[in-house]
Design a protein around this ligand. Structure first.
Ligand SMILES: NC(=O)c1ccc[n+]([C@@H]2O[C@H](COP(=O)([O-])OP(=O)(O)OC[C@H]3O[C@@H](n4cnc5c(N)ncnc54)[C@H](OP(=O)(O)O)[C@@H]3O)[C@@H](O)[C@H]2O)c1
Length: 235
């Protein structure tokens, strides 16, 4: 059995979402203690019941990751209890597309920047100083292929994902040589329940599964990836 994350403490922001849930379950399966942030109690309860015997190693907290003060309180409580933080996976994010820039509601830009850029920004600001003190840690921010593949009718989404990938790259430069690694992953479409509902006629068999992407994220957080830093990996 793969227990390469035994005794490791992993924070999965958005850890009950379509991808986050698979990431949380994979870390639990690999022996980690997993702390998730969530917003919907029903989603956390579902995650807990899917975790089965590993549920004892799962903790959940309702936290708005866009609220810096709430995030600071949450992370200092986490450190007080767990003693350390080995990895942060940010799976908070959102999607918007379907109209050219001049027709989209202007509020969309703010929403996309909040979910896809600011969430990772606030998380990194709170978590990096802790990891620097430890001299170790791994951060994986979930962006999207849209960060580099700038398709039409998605200006706000594309801009927010491009900014997130650029931010992580610069953060990686800040962290060079510190023992703390920062990488992005770039999914295209993922086989989630929400996507199946939105695109019932697509060939779902061709879509990458959240569990497959979770394996890449676990790799990036593992010792095997200790040379991987500042990467943006399409999945
Ligand atoms: N699904 C895809 O096809 C796809 C493709 C490319 C990239 N991605 C990226 O992959 C990541 C995960 O996507 P997903 O499909 O798993 O999305 P998802 O199912 O919507 O999961 C996102 C999670 O983040 C939570 N969240 C949202 N705002 C939050 C906040 N302010 N504070 C705390 N939690 C918050 C959501 O909670 P609520 O459910 O309560 O809102 C949800 O649990 C995102 O960055 C997304 O852009 C996804």
């Amino acid at each position: 059995m793969d227990k390469r994350f035994s005794a490791k403490k992993i924070l999965v922001a958005g850890g009950t979402g379509g991808l986050g849930r698979a990431v949380s379950l994979a870390f639990l399966e690999a022996g980690a203690t997993v702390i998730v942030t969530y917003r919907s109690q029903a989603e956390f309860d579902a995650l807990k019941s899917s975790a089965g015997a590993n549920a004892a190693q799962l903790e959940g907290h309702i936290v708005n990751v866009l609220d810096e003060a709430a995030l600071k309180t949450f992370v200092s409580g986490l450190i007080a209890k767990q003693g350390r933080l080995d990895a942060l996976v940010n799976a908070v994010g959102g999607y918007s597309a379907g109209a050219p820039l001049w027709e989209m509601d202007a509020k969309t830009l703010e929403q996309m920047l909040s979910l896809n850029l600011y969430a990772g920004y606030w998380l990194a600001r709170v978590v990096v100083p802790i990891m620097l003190k430890q001299g170790s840690g791994a951060i994986v921010n979930v962006a999207a292929t849209a960060a580099f593949n700038h398709m039409a009718s998605a200006s706000e989404y594309v801009a927010s994902k491009a900014a997130a990938a650029a931010m992580m790259n610069s953060l990686a430069a800040d962290l060079k040589g510190s023992g703390v690694r920062a990488n992005s992953i770039l999914p295209s479409i993922i086989d989630t329940a929400a996507n199946r509902q939105a695109m019932p006629n697509a060939d779902h068999a061709k879509w990458p599964k959240p569990e497959e992407i979770a394996r890449v994220i676990l790799f990036l957080c593992s010792e095997d990836a200790k040379l991987v830093h500042g990467a943006a990996i399409p999945v």
